[in-house]
Each structure stands twice: as structure tokens, then as C-alpha cells.
Design a binder for this molecule. Structure first.
Ligand code: BGC
Length: 772
């Protein structure tokens, strides 16, 4: 854990340059706009450790699988969102010496991520090896208004004495992914062009043939006058313009660089260059200040919609805003072809691919903070991959339209290549079905089932019905050889969570068949026909539902994570020596597998999803048993525990888990922020506040709250969209106040009491009543 980020309600602030923290900061200070993302690398050269990372949404490469021992059914490749052309680069030489923070003395270094207005700022003073001092001030952002564009303003001031500056804004397409399996290059040059004050390169990905045209317009100003470059360079993968400037001491030289990244996913290849030129012309016309102003207004609107305000705890306030900010930078929901990689655009780990994280953790955030179309697009993404999921299941020996969604995917095909996860971590199918349920429950849009949802549910239900085996010993269905959400157990039999989600999926599919049949008989027939559905399938589903085996310990009154879990030596996490943690770095895999330690919520994940089925004592017993055995070595773990702890009234624990999820990256809790931010768990942070502290749930189409105020906070407030209404919820020590910012009355429940809130009014619920 590191605590070098200064606390501030709206800004992420780093002061002083510490090279060993630089890669962590490159992740934390990342900027993005849903179409592209950029790590907080330096514009100027840097010979120290860095991951120069620039990513363009939807542009990936199928990197040939690398495994020790090939198993039938493994995918051929792992799709990776590619590190693309460097659009931020500005080489600076001072009196002939390269400005490089690894080789000069750095003072007054300050890096700020301004979350309110959506830009990154950096300033420092450097003393170069030959003694010249300079001051640098740089600002940049990825525009959320013109989402193919980014802009940089870079200011250089010689200090103490005049200096000869050589300034080279450039684009470099010769980029590799650091995580390439075979150290291959993924890009080929296609075109390059330098004209006037603009330059362009087009690169094409090998195999997938995506093209990306990156363009820039540059302006260098001295004393308000635009300078002309002395030379330009136009090479296959590198375009640049070099300016020689003699600057007196104290004179600020200003470099503006407007850039754009356009991909062939969004433009015909033969028009990419022309379209890129049009974007560059548009943003150059708006100018840096115009674009920055536009950016600030667009961010103000976003914050208006989904800020969470925490009074009395600046560390918590900064953290929640950071999580919301990064989620908004990653996914906007405008494009159903895109999804949310666990690291977003902030690093290469996980390849930018889609995991169950989206359905299990991100959907609730987007449901409550954005138009329903946003969460819907995330569901439609999986609908579009249904055929591939059916093919994936067929590869593993399933038939008749059974669908197994991939553990990791870009285009619907499985990319993961460890048998214990690829073939066994099949619970992801459950999360995908649950997301459909969650969407319909939240929005009331049952028509989604007719249009897309039911087909997916049928495919998933068929998979479960085939994946179970009949145990003639138990006279029940069992599920053999699986990995639950807790990846510190592999190839177990009867993971309670997987068995439970499997039968839940079967029940929901049966229910949804009836819903669609009632609502739209014609569409129902169409769907039966399209899926070759046979009525006897439902009989078999029902048989599985009625006869599933769920491991449990009667004596302890808990569900068992899997068969035989109690055979393990039961030493609690608190009794482990600190030197053993994190287990995944300190212990052999064999030792982890034989231990009782749990990576992330497993039984508790099921109790979180399906809480209405279980009484509070059952939830408590399971929580009290499993949490002390959980090491939370997945970023996805603390949020679920925060929510369940809050439900159980354990305010202290709920708050501790909140802090852990909220500041996970800011404080580099798991020592891995340098690989990129934990974007999907950031949605879990939001859930910890809204579903945890505010206790928000949807039951029978209505919103319920069961709030408490963490002891350290004076108040907290957030906005929720719900079925056409916008509600502002404010919770302090005295009361819960809900303002209805919409045109119709809405009834919500606070601790079970109905409050009818007329349009434009506020209703309060005294906290005294809660305690009484
Ligand atoms: C977790 C998975 C998760 C993946 C990507 C793993 O460490 O165990 O549940 O899907 O990370 O976030």
C-alpha cells in the first residue's frame, strides 16, 4: 500500500517526482473518452521505466496463444486491444540535450488529474546535465465531446538564461504491446503524410486488418507569433515537424498539439485519412482553449448526473469521484460493439477484453446513472455473441443450441487458455443471465426479453441442463469439475454458487418463456422456431431444478463452497503471518489450492445476487464463516463484502471494505496499479455506496432504501435514474431526504415505509425512526 496521492475532493494530486512510482501514476492519471484512452506518460522523452500506452476502442489483435501444454478446446488466440500510435509525443532538446526526466534534476514536479473538468496537468522545473534550467507546464485531455480527438498544450520556459530549444511534435506508429506473447509487432504502416502544420499516419493491424489513422495539427508560438518548422519528417511509421527556437530567459514557448485517432471500425478505410483531416480541421478551429471549455461543460453535465457527494471525509470523496470519473472515461454506452475491459484503457493486462465483470459488477452502475440504452447496449453485446457462444459450447461437446459464453472475449470467441478457467469457470453464464434479469427488474423493460433476452436465456439454460450429471448415488443432479468465482479452488465438484446460479438460470428461463408467451404469442412462436425449441426441454429443466444437489453443512448452518470444503485445514486469514500475503505472490499454486483461503466472494456472491431467497440469519452465518477465510486478492472482492456487511448492519466492516475498494488504485492496495486501473471493480465501489450504505434495492418494480451513514461522514448524496424519474438521495445523521426531479409522483420505500414523492418535491424520513 502506498499513500502518495494528496487528498482533494476534485483532484488527484502527486507532488514530487519519484521514478519508482511513475508507472503507477501513469495508470492513475490516465485519460480517456470511451473511444480512446491514454496512460499518463510524458509528452517528452523518458528513458526510465514506463508503459507508453495509447489504446483505441475496438481495435485488437489475435495474439497467438501461448501455453505450456496444449489441450483440445483451447482457443487459438488471445485478443488484445492494441497499444496504438503515440499521439502525445513532443521531443524537446535544450541546448542540444534531450529533455528526459530520468537524466535531469527535477524540482517542483506536480501532476494533477482534474476530474471536475476532465484534464491532466503536469508541471516541473528541470535542470539539465549541462546546467540549463527550464520550466514545463503541460495540459492534455481526450475530448468527450469530439471523442476521436485529444489536445495538448505544452509550455516551455528557459529559466536563468536564454536557451536554444528544439521542439518536435511527432506521431509514432512503431509501437509494440509489452504483453505480446511472441514479441511480435502487431502493426504495419499503410500511409503517411505531412502537409503545412498537419501530419498523419495510417497503420494497419496484422491479421485483423483494422486501420487507424492518427493525425495531428501543431502550432508553436513565441511571443504570440506562430513559428514555422525548420524541418519535417515523413517516414512510414513516424511523422514529425521540428522547430528551432532561441528563447530568452523567462519567455514561455507554447506548443499546441491537436490530435485524432480514427479507426476503420467507424469509417470506411478509403476515407479514413479524409475523415481524420476533417476532425483535425474541426478541432484545430475550436482551438485548445475552446476544446477545453467544451470539455469542462460536458464533464459538468456528467457530474450533474452521476456524482456522489460525501461530506466530512475528503479521502472517501476523492476516491468515489475517481472511480466514477474512470468509469465514465472507459465506457459511454453509445456503441453496442464495445464493452468494458477490467483495466479499461489504462494498461495491457487482461487485453482490454470482456469478462463476467461487466455483467456482475458494471451493469448496476450504468443502470442507475445512465439512460437505459447504455446497460441495454451491454446486454445486446452478448446477444450478438450468442451464435459464437453456441459454437463455443459445441467445441466442448455440448449440443442442440446450448451456449457457453467465453470467460474472456473480444468478438464472442473464447480467448482464455487455462483449462481450469476456460472450461471450468462456467459460472459466467449465470452472471450473463442475471444481468438480463437485473436490467428487466430495474427498467421494467420486459420487452427486452422478446427482442433479445429470451434467446440468450434459452441457450444458457440448455447449457446448464446438459452440464449437470445425474448422481445415482445421491439421486440428485451434481455439477462436476468446475471453478467458482473463487479461483483459488479449481476442478471442484458442486460449487454451491455455480449449482445455485445454474438452477436459478433454468427457473428464470422458464419464467421468461411464459412472460414472452403471454406478452407476444407471435414473437414467442418465432423464437421457438428460431431456437428449435422442444416443449420437453422444459420438463428436463424442471427436473434439474427440483433435484439439484447443493452442498451444505447442517451443523454450521452454512452452504458449502464445494464438496469437501470442510476437509481443509481451517486456519483463519487473521492467523496467517503477514509474510504469507498476498498468497498469490508468496505461496505455490499447489499450496493455495489445498488451503481454505478464498480469493473473492463465492458463496457470498450468490447470497448477494439472490438475497431475497435467504433469511438474514442464513446470510449472517455464511458471512461470518466465509469472510474470515477470504483474502480479497481480487479487486472484485471487497465491494460485495461491503454490501453484504451493510445489509447485516455491520457498519464498521462495511466501511472498511468500502475504503479498500474505493482507494484500491489510488493507494495501490494490491501492488499492481502499475499494470492499469481496476476499472470493473470501480463499479463495485459505486455499488458499495448505493447498494451498501444506502441499501438501495428494486423489489416488485419499486425502489427501496435502507440507509445508514458511515460514522466518519457528515452526509452523502447521489442521484439515481429509475424508470423515467431522477431522484436525488441525501442522507445525513438526522434524516434521509429524497428529491424527485421528474414530472410524476414516485413512491419509494425507506426502511420499508412508503414515501410518495410528488414531482419537484422532497420528502424526508427521520433517522430517529430508523433507530426506533
Ligand atoms: C478475478 C475474476 C475477474 C478477472 C478480471 C480475476 O482476478 O478472479 O473474477 O473476472 O480477474 O477482473
Amino acid at each position: 500500500m502506498k499513500q502518495y496521492i494528496h487528498q482533494d475532493a476534485w483532484n488527484i494530486i502527486e507532488e514530487g517526482f519519484e521514478p519508482h512510482l511513475h508507472k503507477i501514476s501513469e495508470s492513475i492519471f490516465s485519460i480517456g473518452n470511451g473511444r480512446m484512452g491514454q496512460r499518463a506518460c510524458f509528452e517528452e522523452a523518458y528513458s526510465g521505466e514506463s508503459l507508453q500506452g495509447s489504446y483505441v476502442a475496438g481495435v485488437y489483435y489475435p495474439d497467438k496463444t501461448r501455453v505450456g501444454w496444449w489441450k483440445n478446446g483451447y482457443p487459438e488466440y488471445f485478443a488484445k486491444v492494441l497499444n496504438a500510435a503515440n499521439w502525445i509525443g513532443i521531443h524537446v532538446k535544450i541546448n542540444g540535450e534531450v529533455l528526459d526526466l530520468a537524466t535531469c534534476k527535477v524540482e517542483n514536479f506536480r501532476r494533477v488529474l482534474n476530474m471536475r473538468e476532465g484534464y491532466l496537468e503536469r508541471s516541473f522545473e528541470a535542470t539539465l546535465q549541462h546546467g540549463q534550467r527550464v520550466r514545463i507546464h503541460a495540459q492534455r485531455f481526450c475530448s468527450i465531446v469530439d471523442d476521436e480527438a485529444g489536445a495538448i498544450c505544452y509550455r516551455i520556459t528557459p529559466l536563468g538564461q536564454a536557451a536554444r530549444l528544439e521542439i518536435t511534435p511527432y506521431l509514432n506508429g512503431d509501437i509494440r504491446n509489452q504483453d505480446a506473447n511472441y514479441d511480435e509487432k502487431f502493426w504495419e504502416p499503410i500511409a503517411h503524410d505531412v502537409q503545412g502544420s498537419e501530419a498523419y499516419i495510417t497503420m494497419e493491424t496484422r491479421k485483423t486488418a483494422f486501420q487507424v489513422t492518427t493525425g495531428m495539427a501543431y502550432t508553436v508560438l513565441q511571443d504570440g507569433k506562430v513559428l514555422a518548422p525548420q524541418t519535417t519528417t515523413s517516414e512510414a511509421t513516424y511523422v514529425a515537424a521540428t522547430f528551432q527556437v532561441q528563447a530568452p530567459a523567462g519567455q514561455e514557448i507554447v506548443v499546441y498539439k491537436m490530435a485524432a485517432n480514427l479507426s476503420s471500425e467507424n469509417h470506411p478505410k478509403d476515407q479514413l485519412m479524409a475523415h481524420c483531416k476533417a476532425v483535425i480541421a474541426r478541432v484545430a478551429q475550436k482551438g485548445f482553449d475552446g476544446l477545453k471549455q467544451e470539455q469542462a461543460s460536458a464533464w459538468a453535465k456528467k457530474w450533474e448526473e452521476n456524482d456522489i457527494i460525501i461530506e466530512g471525509d475528503v479521502s472517501a470523496q476523492q476516491a468515489i469521484r475517481f472511480n466514477i470519473f474512470q468509469l465514465n472515461q472507459t465506457y459511454t454506452g453509445e456503441d453496442a460493439r464495445l464493452n468494458i475491459g477490467p483495466k479499461g484503457f489504462t494498461g495491457e493486462k487482461y487485453g482490454g477484453s470482456t469478462y463476467w465483470d461487466t455483467e456482475a459488477y458494471c451493469i448496476p452502475f450504468y443502470l442507475a446513472t445512465a439512460a437505459p440504452s447504455v446497460a441495454r447496449n451491454l446486454l445486446v453485446y452478448r446477444y450478438r455473441h450468442l451464435q459464437k457462444a453456441i459454437e463455443n459450447a459445441a467445441k466442448l461437446g455440448f449440443k442442440d443450441g446450448a451456449a457457453l459464453y467465453p470467460m474472456v472475449t473480444m468478438n464472442g470467441e473464447e480467448c482464455h487458455n487455462e483449462w481450469e478457467i476456460t472450461f471450468e469457470e462456467i459460472h459466467r453464464n449465470g452472471a450473463i443471465a442475471f444481468a438480463i434479469y437485473n436490467y428487466v427488474r430495474y427498467t421494467g423493460d420486459a420487452a427486452y426479453l422478446e427482442e433479445y433476452g429470451l434467446e440468450v436465456l434459452i441457450g444458457i439454460a440448455r447449457f446448464w441442463a446438459q452440464r449437470v450429471s445425474w448422481s445415482s448415488d445421491k439421486k440428485q443432479y451434481v455439477m462436476l469439475g468446475v471453478t467458482g468465482p473463487n479461483e483459488y479452488e479449481n476442478n471442484v465438484n458442486n460449487n454451491w454458487y455455480t449449482n445455485t446460479m445454474a438452477t436459478w438460470c433454468l427457473e428464470y428461463a422458464l419464467q421468461s418463456l411464459q412472460t414472452v408467451q403471454k406478452a407476444n404469442a407471435t414473437r414467442y412462436q418465432e423464437l421457438l422456431h428460431a431456437t428449435h425449441f422442444k416443449p420437453e426441454e422444459t420438463t428436463q429443466w424442471q427436473h434439474v431444478i427440483d433435484n439439484m444437489y447443493y452442498p451444505a453443512s447442517k451443523e454450521l448452518g452454512i452452504f458449502l463452497q464445494q464438496d469437501g470444503y470442510l476437509d481443509k485445514e481451517q486456519i483463519l486469514v487473521k492467523d496467517l503471518p503477514a509474510s504469507a500475503r498476498p498468497l498469490n505472490q508468496k505461496w505455490s499454486w499447489d499450496r493455495i489450492l489445498r488451503s481454505c483461503y478464498i480469493k473473492q466472494a463465492d458463496v457470498l456472491q450468490g447470497l448477494y445476487f439472490l438475497e431475497e431467497r435467504y433469511d438474514i440469519d442464513t446470510i449472517r452465518r455464511n458471512y461470518d464463516f466465509y469472510e474470515p477465510r477470504t483474502v480479497h486478492e481480487s479487486s472484485l472482492s471487497p465491494c460485495v463484502h461491503a454490501i453484504v456487511a451493510a445489509k447485516l448492519g455491520d457498519e464498521q466492516r462495511a466501511y472498511e471494505f468500502y475504503l479498500r475498494t474505493a482507494r484500491l488504485d489510488l493507494d495501490d492496495y494490491n501492488n499492481d496499479t502499475e499494470d492499469g486501473l481496476h476499472i470493473t471493480s470501480m463499479a463495485g465501489t459505486w455499488m458499495s455506496v448505493v447498494e451498501g450504505f444506502a441499501g438501495m434495492r428494486v423489489r416488485n418494480g419499486q425502489l427501496h432504501f435502507a440507509p445508514f451513514l458511515p460514522a466518519k461522514w457528515k452526509a452523502f448524496a447521489f442521484k439515481i435514474r429509475f424508470r423515467g424519474a431522477i431522484l436525488q438521495v441525501h442522507i445525513d445523521q438526522r434524516q434521509v431526504q429524497i428529491t424527485n426531479i421528474s414530472v410524476r409522483t414516485i413512491t419509494v420505500y425507506v426502511h420499508g415505509t412508503a414515501l410518495a414523492i410528488a414531482a419537484g418535491t422532497t420528502e424526508g424520513f427521520s433517522q430517529e425512526l430508523i433507530k426506533a
